[in-house]
Design a protein around this ligand. Sequence first.
Ligand code: ATP
Ligand code: MG
Length: 253
Amino acid sequence: MTSRIVAVLNQKGGVGKTTTTVNLAHALARMGRKVTVIDFDPQCHLAVALGVVSKQQSGIDEVMLGNADFAGQQIPVRDNLNLIVAGPRLQEIEQLSDSASRRGDLLRKALAQGTGDRDLVLIDCPPSSGILVANALFAAEELLVPMTSDYLALQGLSHLMGTIKKFEAALNKKYRLLIVMSRFIPTRRLSRDVLHTVKKYFPAQILATPIRETASLAECPSFGKTVFEYRPGWRSARDFEALADDFLTGRVM
Ligand SMILES: Nc1ncnc2c1ncn2[C@@H]1O[C@H](COP(=O)(O)OP(=O)(O)OP(=O)(O)O)[C@@H](O)[C@H]1O
Ligand SMILES: [Mg+2]
């Protein structure tokens, strides 16, 4: 069986990559999909958001360095949902400049060895465009780009699309690319204007449900809970349920 490998990326910080990864993954797991999330950010925010705090435990770092395999590094964190933590050496992989660690295909090679019974693997990328993001772009066939609706995010998006096009040309592949409108404030005119512009440039590539800005989503990580645990049935839980459905059925704006 082959897993869908999805990189959640945007080089801009704070746009909702980790929030999207955690809550979309949990929504999909609750729908019966077998999902593994990879914390691909040395800040370890994904693990924290899922309530896993040990920074010493090895994770995707040792998988990339060839010392551990994907299957063995998974930690079951919820029903149907496994986590692979970043691991203390992920930072080194980002920083070291010897030729082996500069290679962009460590993650792709590691995942090519097999991802077991997983339907989906979601990679929560760091806010950069360095070697880790290059590894995610080598490994993934699908890209999920969370995007906030402000002017600078729009600028950032065009930069990101340029990077993605370069990878497509160099790797001779074409990604399935979907945008998630995150931290959306429906009552704000700028939000609607930015959405209008994104729609114009990326027709049929924005998932149908925007994730609204809410206090509960901002509070979740401090409790190590997903929105389905922290505020079941509330607005943001419903947003993520709808988003998961959009993602599975390909429903776009
Ligand atoms: N829809 C939302 N409503 C309210 N707060 C949100 C929402 N989405 C994200 N946040 C909050 O905004 C901050 C940044 O979100 P998040 O960590 O998901 O972004 P990120 O893109 O992963 O950031 P980084 O680039 O640092 O990895 C966090 O404090 C998070 O709790
Ligand atoms: Mg993050």
